[in-house]
Design a protein around this ligand. Structure first.
Ligand code: GLC
Length: 467
């Protein structure tokens, strides 16, 4: 009897801690069950495609210092050009974005098929693009513009049903005494890091979490230079206290894993199985506006990237760098409109989908360079990509077959119906033990990526492993 009740007690005790076993148990991260996490991540997993906006004082020099181009990404100009604080701060007097139209920006994102926006509330130059009591180095007090553009963006996002997130450079801050990658270059920057965390970073994070209604939905940290557990924990606690349901990326530092992996300027060959992830990428070479950067990606590249990322289970956060007048560069707007036209027809294959049930179409992981010239790996297969949602699979074909046939390698689930998203007309097909072959029209309906919806009798596609 005694043993029995002891066993029972032990079993009950085990049952009580069971949820914790499936939750994230890292002491520095949220402890929650899989169900809680799924609920918290649901809108973001549905969204798949977002707009990154890098906007700040760096759009004034726009890549040039004393009439000379400063190499590298535009928002780093103060650091790369070793510009003294006083000189850099003078740029704010020319920052007067009178052409800024929050409604137009959000409409551009929405028309592109994007479902969320993440904007730099403060980048490494420490300039707050919002009203803040913590430092006079902000758009309301230091510029002739004198208004908080994030307020307008929040209102426009509300109108268009777009989620708004804030990027916040928590560690590097070259004007308020935070860290500086590569070391400081102006004696005026000398400052205690903990004092900066307490007097600037924590109060400002509280402000951006409190002053924009239901937003931000995402907090996007960056470059955790000189972060340690104690510093990161102060920021993390402020967030949990004010907005426990927010989605944070993995760049806080101090050992915090966050919710999302953030590969930058690259699409990993295999994605991050078991982790939420988001590739952030520029439309040209820079995040913040540079007037001489015209290296725009083609619309085909953007659509292929979106398909590639979705087929590996990730999100695509695509950047625009508006000018100091408040305009998104025209080449960005043109390309986003073209992506939007594709999404209008084919978005069903992107939103709310998960990674390919096949995988053989990705080919091998081959060595490549990312947008910064660093080593990475990409998928060698370039003919097609695929996504899925319950009862459906979506082959997205880049290279239209000249044979009039398209094979779904090893698909075992019974196909009940197949059609192009472009016209919804039934396609004929043959199904054998080896897989399914679809009969295609001679011409691709879309030169960049034509999408087929294949309806299957199973919720999750059964696929025989391919060699
Ligand atoms: C970085 C850079 C940066 C940019 C960003 C976007 O690591 O420091 O300027 O904001 O990542 O991912």
């Amino acid at each position: 009897m005694k043993t029995k009740s002891l066993l029972l007690t032990a079993a009950l005790a085990l049952a009580a801690i069971a949820p914790a076993a499936t939750a994230q148990t890292n002491r520095t991260d949220k402890v929650e069950t899989k169900e809680q996490r799924d609920a918290r991540m649901a809108w973001w997993r549905e969204a798949k495609f977002g707009m990154f906006i890098h906007w700040g004082v760096y759009s004034v020099p726009a890549g040039f210092y004393h009439d000379k181009p400063v190499p590298g990404i535009g928002e780093w100009i103060m650091n790369r050009g070793k510009i003294p604080m006083a000189e850099y701060q003078a740029f704010a007097k020319q920052f007067n974005p009178v052409k800024f139209d929050a409604d137009a920006w959000v409409k551009t994102a929405s028309d592109a098929g994007m479902k969320y926006i993440v904007i730099t509330s403060k980048h490494h130059d420490g300039f707050a693009m919002f009203e803040t009591q913590a430092s006079p180095w902000n758009i309301v007090q230091a510029t002739p513009y004198g208004k908080d553009p994030l307020k307008d963006l929040a209102a426009a996002c509300r109108k268009y049903g777009i989620k708004l997130g804030f990027y916040y450079s928590q560690a590097q801050d070259w004007n308020n005494g935070g860290a500086a990658a590569g070391g400081k270059w102006d004696p005026a920057q000398k400052h205690d890091m903990d004092d900066y965390i307490d007097k600037i970073a924590v109060p400002q994070v509280k402000e951006i979490l409190s002053n924009y209604g239901e937003f931000p939905a995402v907090l996007w940290w960056d470059t955790p230079h000189d972060m340690n557990y104690a510093r990161a924990k102060k920021l993390y606690d402020a967030v949990q206290q004010l907005r426990p349901d927010i989605i944070m990326n993995n760049r806080l530092g101090g050992g915090f894993k966050g919710d999302t992996e953030t590969p930058e300027q690259k699409i990993p060959a295999k994605g991050f199985p078991g982790r939420d992830w988001e590739t952030c990428m520029t439309l040209n070479n820079t995040w913040g506006f540079k007037r001489d950067d015209n290296n725009w990606k083609s619309t085909a590249t953007l659509i292929h990237n979106l398909c590639d990322i979705a087929s590996k289970g990730g999100n695509y956060l695509l950047n625009v760098g508006p000018t100091s007048e408040g305009l998104i560069p025209a080449p960005s707007i043109e390309r986003l409109a073209e992506v939007g036209a594709w999404m209008k027809v084919n978005g069903e294959a992107i939103y709310g989908t998960t990674a390919t049930p096949f995988g053989s179409e990705l080919g091998a992981a081959v060595k490549a360079k990312d947008g910064y010239g660093h080593d990475t790996t990409v998928s060698s297969g370039n003919d097609w990509r695929c996504t899925t949602k319950p009862g459906k699979i979506y082959p997205m074909i880049f290279n239209w077959p000249t044979t009039g046939k398209f094979e779904l390698p090893g698909l075992q689930s019974k196909v009940t119906k197949a059609y192009l998203l472009a016209d919804h007309k039934d396609l004929t097909f043959t199904q054998t033990d080896a897989g399914v072959t679809l009969d295609l029209p001679a011409e691709a309906p879309d030169k960049i990526a034509s999408v087929i919806c294949v309806e299957i009798a199973d919720d999750t596609a059964k696929v025989a492993p391919q060699k």
